[in-house]
Write a protein that binds this ligand. Structure first.
Ligand code: SF4
Length: 465
């Protein structure tokens, strides 16, 4: 069993940042710390001060940047990576650079391209072959192959070739570009710094740099930042918006602002919907720390059940240390969480989502040992029934517990007295979105139209097998 198969939760593929400010390299590395939750396999940064400088390696940001790397200049970008495509090796660490007839471009990418094999064939027609298995490198090479005398023109051409999700930051000498794919599937925000500007996957990176969020980059928007600040540089043709609903549920930090709302508030609203849809008689409600806490607060608000502490998280047990042999999950969960005495109370345990369902049972065992008389599980996401192909690593179709069991079956599997999910409509009310502007494919199986061809092929292949 691989480390990935034992992941406690879903993982996003990457976090990206771009900075124009004095000592931009240091600020970009700081920003990567704020975005560490979006990728832990490798980290890298590049700067420009008349020449390009790049430093990258495997591991967390603090490990890759232990000694002060030589990253001078006022222009920088950074990249945290977690692979959903390509393996976890140094060759796949971002950012990626490419020398073109417009000069060098360095690319940081968050997302996943579903037509990577076709893109490799296209690039080989230009005599270009990637040195890694990362789809992010394909974007750097496409910008080299692209026709056009400006970067926005080349981005337009690139967008015509690729299918999938991408939020990009490009560093091209003394300019940065920020781009979101036409669906706007992955986030990207613009921020104002005391002495400059920044782009980042999540706005929480700006406050660490002493700055503030300005706005989200719009789906398909190309923004250029030069000496005079940010300005519009083009719009990719967009048929359908499909922002990832899972960013609200689990991926983004609670202090990030997306669509003008703090993610914590959205999660609280999801918990309120959950409370309206699935109330229960109980004495205490609490979340699985940390990602279930905001929704637990919302659940407590609408049900009137007191909110409190129930589980204590050991903050020194990191993901990177969790690579156990099968059967050790219970012990690992007990390393990660402790339960406060429950004194026979009936409790509601709120978690953000259920993927494989293999982490809930040990937590419920902990609570039973702590003398909880009833344990009612409430999940702040609809049942996950389909895999993600747009940059979130969750599981294969067969590994997803919701394809195997209904709510009653899941409650029995994990040892809970009851288990209920928020509905898709409840989720949409909480995020103030619709099926036409958000991706909900892992819950509904309805993938964005722009990857429809890829999904149809996969389904044909599955039937053939
Ligand atoms: S399938 Fe799920 S995780 Fe993937 S982009 Fe859509 S909503 Fe997000």
């Amino acid at each position: 069993m691989t480390a990935k198969a034992l992941d406690l939760k879903v993982r996003d593929e990457c976090g990206v940042i771009g900075v124009y400010a004095p000592d931009a390299g240091t600020l970009a590395v700081l920003g990567l710390q704020a975005l560490q939750h979006r990728g832990q396999e490798s980290a890298g940064a590049a700067t420009y001060d008349g020449s390009f400088h790049i430093h990258k390696g495997m591991g967390l940001v603090e490990k890759v940047f232990t000694s002060q790397p030589d990253l001078p200049g006022s222009w920088a970008l950074g990249h945290n990576r977690y692979s959903t495509c390509g393996s976890s090796v140094e060759a796949n660490a971002g950012p990626f650079e490419s020398d073109t007839d417009l000069g060098r471009v360095v690319v940081a990418h968050n997302g996943n391209l579903v037509n990577a094999p076709q893109l490799k064939s296209l690039l080989s027609g230009y005599g270009l072959a990637p040195a890694s298995t990362s789809d992010s490198e394909l974007l750097a090479l496409l910008l080299r192959a692209a026709p056009g005398h400006s970067w926005p023109d080349r981005l337009q051409w690139m967008a015509g070739q690729v299918q999938g999700s991408y939020s990009l930051v490009l560093l091209v000498a003394d300019r940065l570009y920020g781009v979101r794919d036409p669906m706007g599937n992955r986030p990207l925000a613009l921020g104002r710094l005391p002495d400059g500007w920044a782009l980042a996957s999540e706005s929480c990176a700006f406050s660490l740099l002493g700055g503030r969020p300005v706005r989200d980059i719009h789906p398909g928007e190309i923004v250029e930042i030069d000496f005079s600040g940010p300005k519009p540089a083009g719009q990719l043709q967009s048929k359908q918006h499909a922002f990832c609903a899972f960013e609200y549920i689990y991926i983004a930090r609670p202090d990030a602002i997306i669509g003008g709302r703090p993610v914590h508030s959205v999660r609280r609203s999801i918990g309120e919907e959950l409370g309206r849809e699935h109330p229960v008689a109980a004495d205490l409600v609490f979340g699985v720390p940390d990602s279930g806490t905001s929704a637990a607060l919302g659940y407590a608000t609408t049900t009137g059940i007191p909110f409190g502490e129930g589980l204590i998280k050991n903050r020194y047990i990191g993901r990177t240390f969790i690579n156990p042999a099968q059967g050790e999950r219970e012990r690992l969960l007990r390393m990660k969480f402790g339960a406060l005495p429950m004194h026979g109370r009936r409790v509601v345990l709120v978690d953000d989502s259920i993927v494989r369902g293999n982490t809930l049972r040990p937590i419920i065992n902990l609570l039973r040992d702590a003398d909880a008389s009833e344990i009612h599980v409430r999940i702040a996401a609809p049942p996950i029934k389909e895999p993600c192909f747009l940059g979130v690593d969750m599981a294969t179709h067969d590994e997803l517990i919701a394809n195997d069991l209904d709510e009653q079956g899941m409650a029995e599997r994990v040892g809970a007295d009851s288990l209920r999910f928020v509905s898709v409509d409840g989720l949409l009310r909480a995020i103030r979105g619709s099926r036409d502007d958000h991706c909900l494919a892992c819950f509904t199986g309805r993938y964005p139209e722009s990857i429809g061809g890829f999904i149809a092929n996969r389904r044909r292949e599955e039937v053939a097998v």
